[in-house]
Design a protein around this ligand. Structure first.
Ligand code: 3PG
Length: 394
């Protein structure tokens, strides 16, 4: 089985894959455009932020699993993966502390203007008078938007600094919809610091727009170490100018895909905006934890077929009925039940067969797209190897 690693991954983890009989191609220089050719004959693809587009996925001959060695998987074209039945998995939580540390670092940097201090020093400028004007963070209010693995780590650190911590949990209900987009008008006006920790989805895209910035305090600190897409950058730039916001960003619009090169952004012109190079997850500790999780996911998959952190598994299907059949666990019993459903042209979306201790009896639960008729249920019940049949609307 061939694994293509198209981003940086520490060498010892590549060895672990090879020790388990996998053929590993390590090419961290590959970019979005090169992946189509490079991934053609790979069974497993590992990426960090490299974009895996529709062409790469649909053009692959053998691809079965894409592992995002990190948390956010918006760089992988999920609709294409769904079309071909390619598993996509991520490594949630493994770099949460690293991202939280950067968010806190940006917050302190903005309060004390550390980068400006250093830049002036290097230019031979001494300006204690100006840089003594910091407000301080103890007792200040921080609004943490998004309380997943990263948001929680930021909360712990802000608490330890004696800040008053408000969390805005916009957790997803099993990937379908966001629970709560309300109360921003109450939390943002009291926040001295706002820190975003959100994935970019259709619900969070441009969530921080001019209305949201309108709620924020004059001179507040705004930090985004999550995804550029959750902020309307033009609205942010306007708010920096109008409200004197101090801003720390690890992500921004049109961020370079490459690891080195040049960069250009309207944000460069703004003195109060500090931008880092999308390095939130890039500590040695976090990289090792993510790489180990990547290895775990791949080895689990090749040894047991089970995908840990499978992100494109349907959370909610459109099934309307559940059929549960308790039966003797003998060859052919399940096939005869499935035959009845096939003849009735009923599609089974999900199915699970669990065995009672001792292995004599099993329970098969099926989620159906349409209800079974009384006649079908009767045929199933009449099977001498069937013990009970339950058929309910869900
Ligand atoms: C993540 O989603 O895990 C972070 O944004 C890290 O991205 P990176 O792997 O490209 O550093």
């Amino acid at each position: 089985m061939k694994v293509l690693i198209a981003d940086k991954l520490p060498e010892q983890y590549i060895k672990k894959l090879e020790e388990n009989g996998l053929e590993v191609v390590f090419n961290p220089k590959l970019g979005e455009a090169d992946l189509y050719e490079a991934a053609k004959d790979a069974d497993i693809l590992v990426v960090r932020s490299t974009v895996v587009n529709e062409k790469t996925i649909l053009g692959s001959n053998k691809l079965n699993l894409i592992v995002r060695a990190g948390a956010g998987y918006n760089n992988i074209n999920l609709p294409a993966a769904n079309k071909k039945g390619v598993y996509v998995a991520n490594c949630p939580g493994k770099n949460a502390i690293a991202v939280a540390e950067l968010a806190i670092g940006l917050m302190i940097s903005l309060d004390r203007r550390i980068p400006h201090n250093v830049m002036d020093f290097k230019k031979g400028i001494w300006n204690k008078a100006e840089y003594s004007k910091a407000k301080g963070l103890f007792g200040k209010t921080i609004a943490i938007v998004g309380l997943g693995n990263i948001g929680k780590e930021v909360a712990k650190r802000a608490n330890a600094m004696g800040m008053s911590v408000y969390g805005k949990d916009i957790s997803r209900i099993e990937g379908v919809a966001y629970k709560d987009f309300s109360e921003f008008d109450q939390v943002l006006p009291i926040a001295d610091v706002v820190s975003l920790h959100l994935p970019v989805t259709s619900q969070t895209k441009n969530l921080f727009n001019s209305k949201m910035f309108g709620y924020m305090k004059e001179g507040a600190i705004f930090i985004n170490t999550s995804r550029a897409g959750v902020v309307d950058e033009d609205a942010l730039i306007a708010a920096v100018k109008e409200k004197n916001l101090r801003v720390g960003l690890d992500v921004f619009a049109d961020e370079p895909e490459t690891k080195t090169g040049t960069v250009s952004s309207k944000l460069m012109e703004l003195d109060n905006v500090y931008v880092t190079h999308h390095i939130g997850a890039s500590t040695e500790q976090a990289q090792n934890a993510v790489a180990q999780e990547t290895v775990n996911i791949i080895l689990d998959y090749i040894k047991s077929g089970v995908i840990a952190h499978w992100v494109n598994k349907a959370k909610v299907t459109e099934t309307v009925y559940q059929l549960a059949v308790k039966h003797y666990d003998k060859p052919g019993v399940l096939a005869s039940i499935l035959d009845v459903l096939r003849e009735g042209d009923i599609n089974i979306e999900e199915m699970e067969n669990m065995i009672f201790e001792g292995g004599l009896v099993a329970l098969c639960t099926m989620k159906l797209m349409s209800p079974a008729t009384d006649e079908m249920l009767e045929t199933i019940r009449n099977n001498p190897n069937v013990l009970t049949v339950s058929h309910v609307a869900i």
